[in-house]
Ligand binder design. Structure first.
Ligand code: NI
Length: 149
């Protein structure tokens, strides 16, 4: 059985999608979207299945003119001080700041915290790179995910 989905998107996103398809060599849109979905679902499984200790690099851009966002982000980090190893901040322009945080904890906790940060209004381009820390075992495969565009 196949289901048909109709998707709406703005012109800019549609154009970006078309060029991505060409770049990655997809024959049609359905195949490209199916592939992205499978990848996203696979990554979710990988990270949900693993409750193991990890380090992670979380990065995002945000608008520091957005009301109270800077202090909300700082508060969030203080609330999770046991997980926040270090944070680096750079002022990119009049509006934008970039921050990277090194986090350490169980992958489930780290992901929950990261998701909370990037879900704040005014945060863009949230990415996380999770590296599992399995004691006495060879390094497992890490996961790199885009949390928010
Ligand atoms: Ni700044």
């Amino acid at each position: 059985m196949m289901q048909r989905l109709t998707i709406s998107m703005d012109d800019e996103l549609a154009a970006a999608f078309e060029s991505l398809m060409v770049r990655k060599g997809y024959a049609n849109r359905s195949e490209a979207i199916r592939d992205m979905l499978r990848r996203e679902l696979g990554e979710m499984e990988l990270t949900v299945a693993a409750g193991q200790p990890c380090v992670a690099v979380l990065s995002y851009i945000y608008d520091h003119h957005e009301r109270q966002l800077s202090s909300r982000l700082t508060d969030l980090q203080h609330d999770h001080h046991d997980m926040t190893v270090a944070t680096m901040h750079a002022h990119l322009s009049h509006e934008d700041c970039i921050e990277t945080a090194i986090l350490r904890g169980s992958s489930a906790e780290v992901e929950r915290f990261a998701q909370e940060v990037v879900a704040q209004t005014g945060v863009r381009h949230g990415h996380i790179h999770l590296v599992p820390l399995a004691a006495g075992q060879p390094p497992a495969v890490g996961a790199y995910r885009r949390l928010r565009s």
